[in-house]
Design a protein around this ligand. Structure first.
Ligand SMILES: NC(=O)c1ccc[n+]([C@@H]2O[C@H](COP(=O)([O-])OP(=O)(O)OC[C@H]3O[C@@H](n4cnc5c(N)ncnc54)[C@H](OP(=O)(O)O)[C@@H]3O)[C@@H](O)[C@H]2O)c1
Length: 339
């Protein structure tokens, strides 16, 4: 099969098209013919992990150490990137009962990766379920991780209709889904993003969109009940004045300073800082499928790149000019118009 393989950490050029053996499913596994895969935060990070320093990393240095041990300290131990995908069940192992060949599916393999390829095998009990019928393969491929994370985080907050939510980083993986799930729960939502993604965030249903390059959301008079900070680019101390008296500032990315803030604000009362820590499960993906099929959630594909041009897809995302989500297509492109 064709796959995008990388044998050294570095710039997008390390991603090379190669012919490798097609994997065979074990008794409890299914083999999926991949139609589309996402280019997400994790793919970009892991491609250059060897060169990432603790200062560039958005989470505690210990997490970076563990990631380097898992993915390889000097060179990648997992040769194929891609953690989210959509495709069709191709072959099932002898003990498989959940899936039949031909069923369209979408799924998440997490740090195991391997979706930048024509085929992938995974346990039938992995994070894999039928593709939402109303999404293209490209749309379905770019949402599992962000939607599952956002659903888990918002589920813990007991968000009430009418509350005001701000998502600092609303234009990509987790934030674009957090914005929509908060909106679906009846909140009034402000999305903060880069200039090129403002139209996308508006199309997702944001009541107000702020360009972080032009406006500091902590400087105005508006107050929010919940602020999600996806990359930890803001700070609780600065945002305290725009939080409601019992408001919560949720760091999706955090370091030890933010963990200390969480402990401190738990004791002092008033607005609180929280550090999110979530893991994905199959039940979350099943819930995500239902939300997309009900029309509560959507996504927009800006550009697709064929598997052979995976390096260009990475370059495009890193250029900062993308207008919405980016997918890699495997085989014939399915087409998915912008808006
Ligand atoms: N806590 C947990 O359990 C957990 C789990 C998984 C991941 N994470 C963390 O989540 C982060 C990745 O999230 P993601 O996948 O959603 O990332 P992503 O897809 O790369 O999205 C990043 C978002 O941040 C925005 N952003 C960039 N610069 C900004 C700035 N200066 N101010 C405000 N927003 C800015 C981007 O906006 P533009 O693109 O418009 O510039 C984009 O909307 C990582 O740090 C990862 O470690 C945490």
């Amino acid at each position: 099969m064709k796959a995008i393989v990388y044998t050294a950490y570095g710039p997008p050029d390390v991603l090379q098209l190669q012919e490798i053996p097609t994997p065979k499913p074990k008794a409890n596994e299914v083999r999926i013919r991949i139609r589309a895969a996402s280019v997400n935060f994790g793919d970009l990070l892991v491609r250059k992990l060897g060169q990432v320093t603790p200062a560039q990393f958005h989470m505690p240095a210990l997490f970076l150490m563990l990631a380097k041990l898992y993915f390889g300290i000097f060179r990648p131990r997992r040769a194929i990137l891609g953690s989210e995908f959509a495709g069709d069940i191709d072959t099932v192992g002898s003990a498989v009962t959940r899936f039949n060949p031909g069923t369209p599916v979408f799924g998440f393999v997490g740090p195991r990766m391997g979706a930048y390829a024509e085929y992938i095998c995974m346990s039938e009990n992995g994070i894999l379920t039928e593709k939402p019928a109303n999404l293209t393969y490209e749309q379905a491929a770019v949402v599992p991780y962000g939607a599952m994370m956002a659903l888990k985080m918002i589920g813990r907050l007991d968000l009430r209709p009418g509350q005001k939510v701000l998502v600092n980083g609303a234009s990509a993986g987790i934030g674009s889904l957090a914005l929509q799930i908060a909106k679906h729960r009846g909140a009034t939502v402000t999305g903060v993003c880069g200039t090129q993604r403002m139209e996308f965030v508006r199309a997702l249903g944001a009541d107000r969109v702020i360009d972080y390059a032009r406006e500091d959301f902590t400087a105005g008079d508006e107050r929010w009940d919940v602020i999600f900070d996806i990359l930890g680019k803001g700070s609780f101390d600065k945002a305290r004045r725009v939080l409601a008296p019992d408001g919560r500032y949720v760091y999706v990315s955090f370091k030890s300073k933010q963990l200390m803030q969480m402990l401190r604000t738990r004791l002092t009362g008033g607005p609180r800082a929280l550090c999110a820590s979530e893991t994905e499960q199959l039940a979350d993906l099943v819930a995500v499928k239902g939300l997309f099929e009900s029309g509560a959630l959507t996504t927009v594909i800006d550009r697709t790149f064929p598997l052979e041009q995976a390096a260009d897809a990475h370059r495009y995302v890193e250029s900062g000019t993308k207008a919405a989500q980016v997918a890699i297509t495997v085989g014939a492109p399915m087409g998915s118009p912008l808006y």
